[in-house]
Ligand binder design. Sequence first.
Ligand code: ADP
Ligand code: DAR
Length: 342
Amino acid sequence: MKYPKFTDGCHSLLCKFLTKEVFEELKDRKTSNGFTLSKAINSGVVNEDSGIGVYAGDEESYTLFAPLFDPIIKEYHGFGTDDMHVSNFDPKDLDISNPDPEGKFILSTRIRVGRNLADFPLGTIISKTQRDKVESLVSDTLKSLKGELKGSYYPLKGMSKDVKEILIKDHFLFKEGDRFLEAAGLNRDWPDGRGIYHNDDKTFLVWINEEDELRIISMQQGGDIKEVFTRLSKAVTLIEQKASFMKTKHLGYITSCPTNLGTAMRASVHIKLPILSRKMDIFEEIIKENHLQIRGIHGEHSQDESGIFDISNKRRLGINEVQCAYDLFNGVKKLIEKESSL
Ligand code: ADP
Ligand code: DAR
């Protein structure tokens, strides 16, 4: 393996931290699942416009390739090698009201966590047999859910193009063909082993074998962040009684991308900010001050549409689930105050 050729246009954390010295130290290492440095960095080598550019293959990757992963984790999360992640998913500690009770700004709220099964490697190196086993284990566990969480599992294999497109357009199903995931080996054997579980109201959904083995999602129209958080907390607690997830004291829940470590939580709103969107310097200052990030409304790497934005927490590691929700709530309140004042 040769040291990759990065152009001056590469601004990913991979380019920043994969020095020739780190490369020489790591290039011949391999985890017990056969995951190599080459596999870990391929997405960022192939896609120079990556923000991060690396993915893990298993829990071991985060220690075996620590000279590369640790500075990336420090830069993205502000989380050091001696820090310990903590968790608090208790809705009782989230003392907030709806930041947009009249529904003037927030179209919808969605909170998701990523999870991976402890007894399997991550999606970047998992075999087809293992991935199919994850699909059957997780879908069987979900079928035992009752009440509001009761629903059905829909394998992607065999799903009609029309149904798929409607689910994606309505923001319920993951997009396909993401080039970053492709280059990380996360789309192998597509669509086998992938699918979506959802309840009748589509307020509770679980993606199986996309970027992580589970994406557990709670979502609804409007801005009631607390209600969405409470539903997710209840669902994750129930699922965790039957499934054991990959996690460590240091990094919390282990995910394929280091940006999702810790809580693996992204709490987001789709919000109309037509005036503020014309003053992006002020908009971006509020986003930065409140540890948030902006996405387009059709998922990562999409553009915003007509002044509607996907606003979500950026920090996920070194803070707990309640604090992630507060990051979103506090930032959204500031954005609404500024939009109203303009
Ligand atoms: P993830 O949140 O899992 O990291 P994406 O940013 O790609 O992934 O979003 C996944 C899907 O969820 C996309 O279809 C996106 O439109 C939808 N989505 C995200 N946030 C919201 C929200 N607050 N309301 C409605 N849909 C949302
Ligand atoms: N697209 C990759 C991953 C960035 C974080 N988003 C995830 N994990 N979906 C990049 O390096 O830009």
